[in-house]
Design a protein around this ligand. Structure first.
Ligand code: HEC
Length: 160
């Protein structure tokens, strides 16, 4: 009777131990599986925290930012018609190619014609007027900063 009782006791102990080990691995497997499915552990985060993360400001927010009257992305003076210029004149080349130039209305028009004839610039339609007005106003030849024309000069003839 005695040995059999012992055997039962130890068998129960062993199977209990096995069950514990098995359960332990089951828990680890479940955790691993969960992390695989939801690496962000979203179920354990508070609602506001998640909402804040999802509401992170999109990059587009600053896309057309204007600072001190300058369209930051292109450097254009942010005055009437500038978005028409941004939309039509920065597709093929940098805005800098436009903003670093100072021209009369006629020269701007000639530049546009030249691009239309040789560089596949599209017909600007009604926008051409808006663009020319804008360019001729804000990217006109600078009068100041250049010396005045010389006046009252006594010219002399060069002799051969
Ligand atoms: C379809 C493409 C395209 C568009 C749109 C375009 N350009 Fe150009 N533009 C060009 C190319 C190509 C050049 C030559 C670039 C170079 O020399 O590197 C050029 C050159 C220029 C130059 C320099 C000209 C020179 O003599 O050096 C100016 C100024 C200019 N573009 C202004 C404008 C303006 C203003 C607009 C909007 C109305 C505009 N571009 C839209 C293609 C375009």
């Amino acid at each position: 009777m005695e040995p059999e009782h012992d055997f039962h006791k130890s068998a129960r102990a062993v199977s209990g131990l096995l069950a514990m080990i098995f359960g332990f691995f089951l828990v680890i497997a479940a955790v691993l599986l969960y992390v695989m499915i939801d690496p962000g552990m979203t179920a354990f985060r508070s609602e506001p925290e998640l909402a804040q993360q999802q509401a992170a400001p999109p990059a587009e927010d600053d896309f057309d930012k204007v600072e001190d009257g300058i369209h930051v992305r292109t450097g254009f003076v942010a005055e009437e018609g500038y978005m028409t210029v941004v939309n039509n004149c920065t597709n093929c080349h940098s805005a800098l190619l436009v903003t670093q130039n100072r021209m009369s209305r006629e020269s701007w028009e000639a530049t546009i014609r030249w691009m239309q004839q040789t560089q596949n610039l599209w017909d600007l339609g009604k926008n051409e007027e808006i663009i020319l007005n804008y360019l001729a106003t804000y990217y006109a030849p600078e009068k100041k900063g250049r010396r005045q024309n010389l006046q009252d000069i006594e010219w002399y003839v060069l002799e051969n």
